[in-house]
Ligand binder design. Structure first.
Ligand code: NAG
Ligand code: NAG
Length: 377
């Protein structure tokens, strides 16, 4: 590449008779121009970046997010309060994010069985992986229009926002929005999970001017600051590019998998201000610090409603000996009743409800444990 550029310059120079054709001068010209190009090239050419969001996808998303915002305004469910229409119980939206398969669908089917009035399922499957999926009753027909996703790009944020928007539009009774990965498993029965979320005391917030306190659901999302490496993550798109929308003091990290209250789902779908910054692609040279989906949600929620979040996650993940940003992946020999009980234990008020990551080969051993351990609580 560099040689071709040099030859071109050389030929153009000759055509304009700028460079005499003496072998000595040729060598001299090359000797001088190579270091000059090395110094100038990085200043003239824009720095290399990782993949960004295609414009086409952005336009489609904006239309969907507008519909979700309007639907929530009309339905009156956008307030996120605990008052509900009589006769329709609140539901949990289970939002599955997958780029390869849904191996644990049979386990989730057992989890859902008998609770049809209390949940909805939504699946965002990478379009290139669709043919691998075998939809079972709860998953059949629950695929939302999806776009390709990639690690190290804001596409995973877009996928989660698409799921939130689809769930907001689909059912005003969706009160909690749980993001689940293809490697996630339930650690408790549906009944236990539903009760834990719906009976959480939430936060009290004055409603209107009368000073009446209204109970509001909390979101279960990890929100951390002061973590090592956070400064590098903040600068992954370039120094100071997050300003003025997000200062380093406001920048947070947390779990990519969360359970959100409805008003927070709406907050995220409506956001334009922070998204403008978080959708910027990372610099290629800072690839190691590029995990946009671990920052966007905790940063946004901590800026807009810190009291409304628990700051911890209910999805257990094992980061011991993690490799290349991937947590420990459990394999069949590790599966036991003891492991399930160990994974439930948490330091927060609540037991963990979900856990990741599990290899698809764990399905059979997990099914064997489902009635005797996992769903027996
Ligand atoms: C976490 O993963 C490590 C291996 O990376 C394993 O030795 C350990 O037992 C796991 N912890 C739990 C609680 O499963
Ligand atoms: C609970 O806290 C202790 C002490 O900080 C820590 O060692 C342990 O790993 C925590 N357990 C979980 C499940 O997070």
């Amino acid at each position: 590449m560099m040689m071709r550029v040099l030859c071109r310059i050389w030929e153009q120079g000759r055509e304009r008779r700028m460079i005499p054709s003496s072998p000595f001068l040729v060598s001299f010209f090359l000797l001088v121009s190579v270091p000059v190009l090395f110094v100038l090239a990085p200043r003239i050419l824009p720095p290399k970046t990782l993949p960004s969001i295609p414009d086409r996808d952005e336009i489609d998303d904006l239309a969907l997010f507008r519909r979700a915002t309007l639907a929530s305004a009309e339905g009156g469910g956008g307030g996120g309060g605990l008052r509900r229409r009589a006769a329709s119980p609140p539901k949990i939206a289970f939002m599955f994010l997958t780029n390869s398969d849904l191996s644990f669908a049979p386990l989730w089917e057992r989890f859902f069985r008998g609770h049809e009035r209390l949940f909805n399922v939504y699946v965002h499957a990478d379009p290139s992986a669709r043919f691998l999926l075998t939809p079972t009753p709860s998953f059949g027909g629950r695929f939302i229009p999806a776009k390709a996703t990639q690690r190290g790009s804001p596409t995973l944020i877009s996928a989660a926002r698409r799921l939130l928007a689809a769930a907001l539009v689909d059912d005003p009774d969706n009160a909690f929005f749980a993001l689940i990965s293809q490697h996630c498993i339930p650690l408790h029965s549906f009944r236990f999970t539903y009760r834990a979320l719906l009976s959480d005391p939430g936060t009290l917030k004055p409603a209107h001017a009368e000073g009446v306190l209204r109970r509001r659901h909390r979101s279960f999302i990890e929100i951390l600051s002061g973590e090592p490496g956070l400064r590098d993550r903040y600068a992954a798109r370039g120094d100071d590019v997050m300003l003025p929308e997000v200062s380093f003091d406001q920048f947070r990290v947390g779990s990519q998998f969360f359970i959100l209250a409805r008003r927070h789902a709406l907050m995220i779908v409506r956001d334009r201000r922070l998204w403008k910054k978080f959708k910027m692609p990372c610099l290629k040279s800072r690839e190691d610090s590029c995990y946009p989906e671990e920052h966007y949600f905790p940063t946004l929620l901590d800026m807009q409603d810190p009291e409304g979040c628990t700051r911890y996650t209910l999805t257990r993940v094992n980061w011991t000996d993690s490799v290349g940003g991937h947590p420990h992946t459990y394999q069949p020999p590790e599966i036991s009743g003891h492991l399930i009980k160990l994974l439930r234990k948490s330091n927060s008020t609540y037991s963990y409800l979900f856990a990741r990551k599990f290899s698809p080969h764990c399905l059979q051993p997990l099914l064997k444990l489902s009635d005797s351990v996992i769903f027996r609580d």
